[in-house]
Design a protein around this ligand. Sequence first.
Ligand code: ADP
Ligand code: MG
Length: 250
Amino acid sequence: MVRADGVCKNFGALQVLKGIDLEVNRGEVACLIGPSGSGKSTFLRCVNHLEVVNAGRLVVDGDLIGYRERNGKLYEMSPKDAARQRRDIGMVFQHFNLFPHRTVLENVIEAPVQVARKPKDQAVERARDLLSKVGLASKADAYPAQLSGGQQQRVAIARALAMDPKLMLFDEPTSALDPELVGDVLDVMRELAASGMTMLVVTHEMGFAREVADQLVFMDGGVVVEKGDPRELLSNPQHERTKGFLSKLL
Ligand code: ADP
Ligand code: MG
């Protein structure tokens, strides 16, 4: 579902991604860990085409992200094509990013109605279904500010799912939450993984990674230092940098 080959990204002179190689199969969950500033968010943003890579190839479901290939040459994609590509990829951020002046239900139907041009009654029906899946059926008419952080994050997940994405990206979805609210969000993500969704998750919830991930990827300084089976990697890291990082997490 996702294949990164030598993905590089610079911001001016700052080289943030220095050749990322990564593969996530359909239905798999990959967790991404690494120190702050190692390029994890930038990588997710590249996968979602919020950033355009400078070198290397990023392919999602057979689709080259950000570029069109014509006669063996690569051309940067039009904003319209980019938006279309992004529609199939759901993203959940650390800080929820809900529309504050819209109700929970309105947040969830926004993209299906405005972007995908789905009939409103269908969008509402699907939104209610998704809200009950994330345990928030009773909050449909509430405003984001009336919800806890954990509830807001579950709305954000429902909102992303409303576009029927083939891939879900999570960027530290529980890092901004009070500890007692983390569990409910992880439960929703666990169920989503069990339903067969392909997921790329930046998280430092090692219990989640150990239990749910098919693959754990340790990034540092813009490269993948080490990746593999989560239990294996956590109990027997091969690189000093991985060992150092994990020892600080525990
Ligand atoms: P992580 O998510 O692993 O903490 P990021 O991908 O957010 O790391 O950031 C990696 C590096 O890229 C940091 O040094 C950050 O300051 C830099 N960076 C990220 N986005 C931008 C940007 N839009 N412009 C300039 N530098 C950026
Ligand atoms: Mg980040």
